[in-house]
Design a protein around this ligand. Structure first.
Ligand SMILES: C[S@@+](CC[C@H](N)C(=O)[O-])C[C@H]1O[C@@H](n2cnc3c(N)ncnc32)[C@H](O)[C@@H]1O
Length: 323
């Protein structure tokens, strides 16, 4: 179990905090299942729902307790503090928890600039810290933090992104390489696995007039929301866990597979993407893949009955097709 989650639950027990709560960045924990959860990542959201937590796509209302497990980026965390404040009832309490290696002490200090710290609990190499909503929070700080969550355009492009999503301030160089090697002759029904904010689908629809439809599958609801702005034309958008399989079969599948779960390297996730891709190609269909050079995907593709062919290897990436 995520040690920051354990520490959050411990802080609730130690300080006898009232529930029901709103839980932003929710993950399943036996002590927290009465909370209303919000979780943008589909696999985690599904785990929470299966464990019995009631999940909200867009939480509403005010809560006496707001719990917050931040994501990876600094902007996302600070914007998350401001968002948590929106849901706090007068007199309510916000408790956030992070790993020490993710900057727990630094973020505790940041939060205490907006409102006085109530308590802090250190355990499991993590820290949970709380502020109240009895006094108004510092307005200038709240306004600055709110601004961090605003959608923005990647410099020199027309692409909309928000903090916290994959490649939130640039086009991923691996995806750019795959885009360069996508044949203009690509046609039929296409799937984009782990579509992020939509770069590959945008390029494919612009470059390949024979595409009849492209289905974007993405686990992060915030990235998917951006892709709706970035991809126009014959596209459908699915908040979906690719490792659970796809609902249809495709002529071509595009992917720059993830290989991290949270902060940790997870080659199994990349392999699961390729397994789903292999099962979801129509007869004669083709997978178009980019990966870091050192990732051992070829053997896995062969074990799935696909024939990998190296198209390019440059800048630390390799582009592979497999039919
Ligand atoms: C390496 S990024 C590529 C993103 C995008 N295709 C691009 O080129 O910018 C991998 C994407 O897979 C998404 N992802 C991770 N796990 C997933 C899962 N289980 N199901 C669907 N998408 C997932 C991540 O949120 C991320 O957007």
């Amino acid at each position: 179990m995520n040690p920051a989650l354990e520490t959050l639950a411990l802080a609730l027990r130690e300080h006898a905090i009232v529930q029901p709560a709103l839980f932003l960045g929710a993950e399943p924990h036996p002590d927290l299942l009465r909370a209303t959860g919000w979780q943008p990542l589909k696999p985690l959201s599904d785990l929470c729902a299966t464990a019995g937590m009631s999940m909200a796509d867009e939480p509403q209302g005010k809560y006496a307790t707001v719990l917050f497990l931040p994501g990876k980026s600094k902007e996302e965390t600070l914007a998350g503090f401001a968002r948590a404040h929106n849901f706090l009832a007068p007199g309510g309490i916000l408790i956030a928890a992070l790993a020490n290696t993710s900057g727990a002490a630094r973020f505790e200090k940041e939060l205490s600039k907006a409102a006085p710290l109530l308590f802090s609990v250190s355990k499991n190499k993590c820290r949970a810290f709380a502020v109240g909503n009895t006094e108004p929070w510092d307005t200038a700080i709240l306004t600055a933090w709110r601004g961090l969550s605003e959608p923005r355009i990647i410099r020199n492009t027309t692409f909309t992104v928000v903090p916290g999503v994959f490649s939130a301030d640039h086009i991923d160089p691996g995806s750019a390489l795959l885009a360069e090697y996508l044949p203009a002759s690509l046609r039929g029904e296409i799937a984009d696995l782990g579509a992020g904010w939509g770069f590959l689908s945008h390029v494919a629809l612009g470059k390949c007039p024979g595409i009849t439809r492209i289905d974007l599958f993405e686990a992060d609801s915030r990235a998917l929301a951006c892709s709706r702005k970035n991809v126009t034309g014959a596209a459908e958008f699915h908040w979906h866990d690719v490792t659970a399989g796809l609902p249809g079969k495709y002529d071509h599948i595009l992917t720059n597979p993830p290989f991290h779960t949270g902060q940790a390297r997870d080659i199994g996730l990349g392999h699961a993407f390729l397994t789903t891709a292999a099962r979801s190609l129509k007869r004669g269909g083709c997978l178009h893949l980019v990966a870091n050079r050192q990732l051992p995907y070829e053997a896995h593709l062969e074990s799935l009955g696909l024939r990998p062919r190296l198209l390019a290897e440059t800048g630390g990436f390799k582009v592979i097709t497999a039919s």
